[in-house]
Design a protein around this ligand. Sequence first.
Ligand code: PLP
Length: 417
Amino acid sequence: MGVINLSHASSLHFTNPTSPTPSSKRNTRPTSVIAMSTIPVQQQPPLVNDGQHRLTGDSFIRTHLRTLSPYQPILPFEVLSARLGRKPEDIIKLDANENPYGPPPEVSEALGALKFPYIYPDPESRCLRAALAKDSGLDAEYLLAGCGADELIDLIMRCVLDPGDKIVDCPPTFTMYEFDAAVNGASVIKVPRKSNFSLNVEVISDVVKQEKPKCIFLTSPNNPDGSIISDDILLKILELPILVVLDEAYIEFSGLESRMQWVKKHENLIVLRTFSKRAGLAGLRVGYGAFPLTIIEYLWRAKQPYNVSVAAEVSACAALQNPTYLENVKNALLQERDRLYHLLKELPFLKPYPSYSNFILCEVTSGMDAKKLKEDLAKMGVMIRHYNNKELSGYVRVSVGKPEHTDTLIDCLRRLS
Ligand SMILES: Cc1ncc(COP(=O)(O)O)c(C=O)c1O
């Protein structure tokens, strides 16, 4: 499999995926280039049973997975702490959009009071779905919970994609869509966002007509830039013959209504949400989705029965019992986002983008190197996210933390200028 670059929506060019891609600056980035990326071509290990080669373990692995590049997760806190020679509590973690306030106190109380950890969890997560129905106003029959929104992205792909099917991805965006597509043997048609990070709807329409992809992943607010998708644009895309998976992992920070209710009207819409950001439960892994009834039935059939642990379900239910806490934490983060944005803007080497989420994307300017900036901050105990991919070379993303995190970050950045 290879990489396809499309200069115009009407013509396909195959290019060698192993040849280096020149890094492009955002303002020079083409807006209508489509790339279909799958898996880098490398030497394949010999197949089993050819009678001539020594059998190695990797020969048993499915062909399309043998050359898959591993997902690059962030370092676990303990490993990071050992590497930096700092106690975890002395590290300011602004690299993974976690919620630094954590969950409401009801969560640790509920976890401490767990009576039956030795019994398998409810495969239908009934308590959680009932609580979510109350929280969202959407009946529980439309809702399914998962081990993070991440699990649901993979589950949707496993239900929808046949090997060789195509998905549409709109980078820069959350990289799990591309990763899961590769794991599921699908191809990715990339329709890059425009220079202001808005979706290129014309090219998306052309691609849907010509390439007939099965589904498109949209993110609102988008990670990493924090932009949102308007009702008009979403409705235009929903008119296309494609399944739209709308990832609302950060919707609480946008001030906008979730589109979960829309799944009642649009049979080609799925909306994903998570407790990781809104409720500070990233470590316990709880996500959920709203699905049309004609789709959800198949997810029930295909999902692992015990995908949401007892601890995860109890924690999510407990978090929903304290909506005032969730609201206060959200407001604190929104207030801090504004303060952080203005402080970042004052620095001569950063150009922050306005964000509807709990993170701020910044272009690193004035000859400053984005990777070095990230590394220098890490040495000072402040973690931020740096990008070196094609769409975002020379950018960093900073999660919104507590006021004291902002103060230390800005102090360190000033020392580096
Ligand atoms: C856009 C987006 N969707 C989904 C997720 C994953 O959510 P979860 O922690 O529920 O798996 C993230 C995590 O950063 C994200 O940025």
